[in-house]
Design a binder for this molecule. Sequence first.
Ligand SMILES: Cc1cc2ncn([C@H]3O[C@H](COP(=O)(O)O)[C@@H](O)[C@H]3O)c2cc1C
Ligand SMILES: O=C(O)c1cccnc1
Length: 336
Amino acid sequence: MHADRIRQLIDTKTKPLGALGQLEDLAVQIALIQQTETPALLHPHVLVFAADHGLAAEGVSAYPSHITHGMVHNFMAGGAAINVFCRQNGLNLLVCDVGVNGSFDTQAGTPGASTLVKYKIRAGSRNMNLEPAMTPDECEAALDAGKTMVNGVRYRNCNVVGFGEMGIGNTSSAALLMHRFTGLPLVDCVGRGTGLDDAGLAHKQAVLRSVADRYADLTDPLAILAAMGGLEIAAMVGGLLQAAEEQMVILIDGFIATAALLVARTINPDLDRFCVFCHESDEAGHRLMLDYLNVQPLLRLRMRLGEGTGCALAYPLLQAAVGMLNEMASMDSLQA
Ligand SMILES: Cc1cc2ncn([C@H]3O[C@H](COP(=O)(O)O)[C@@H](O)[C@H]3O)c2cc1C
Ligand SMILES: O=C(O)c1cccnc1
């Protein structure tokens, strides 16, 4: 199956040549991933990985760490933005605790809420300004958690998966990973996250400069991930790698999910072709990440939330692209 063949099919549809723009590219991409002229999106899932960050103790977020725990409860009760958008657009939602500092009761199973998968590796990563965020074993365990989550949904015949996260402090990890994996100056990678003011941003810049200097000699991608990542980001890296292995359509959310991709694509350079870039986040740096990857996002809504919300909102556009390819009539069927 070649792109030319799918383009040819799209060009016969009842529309001016190229008139469906980026939707046409999306249809080609999905057809190539699935190696068929008649692609289908099955059992879409958003996987949200949650973990706390020791670095939050350095005052790099506008919100306190305990919000991570509270938000996981919120996912389980169905009240978070990602619950709303998944319900709206018919995606399944699973939340995986890989490192939240706090425990959870057994799931009640509320309709429209999320199932919690318990995979806690540690009650939060370490303060990376003092020591690596994860040991190699912890990082490996987080990668495995992500892979296991993807295998779990794949087993249920899911072929389209989005990655989301919850973890106060994780825009700091994402900025550091961006800096290391793109080579862009650190100042251009650091943003306001949940909403730091100017003084807060200057402090975050200083803390992250100190962290970046501390691990400047590391070159191995997994060592860099262990030092400056987070448990939920490492789980996303593992999940991304496994989703590509399983030839799934991958939905990329905002700044943090794209940072995970920057790590994962150094391990599997073939990963990019499976990825749909759902939106351009308002977090400073995301535009630069997308430029670095030379990709076009589907939506630009000034969102800066994470949780996989961009994935859930963009999903209907994937449905439209597939529907166009499968259902539109061809020009030669038009009556004269
Ligand atoms: C109530 C609330 C809900 C969220 N949902 C996602 N995030 C987002 O904000 C956090 C990253 O920003 P920073 O690095 O500045 O802490 C992550 O948890 C991310 O998922 C949230 C943040 C808050 C406060
Ligand atoms: O784009 C994101 O993923 C993002 C931005 C700010 C805060 N949390 C997440």
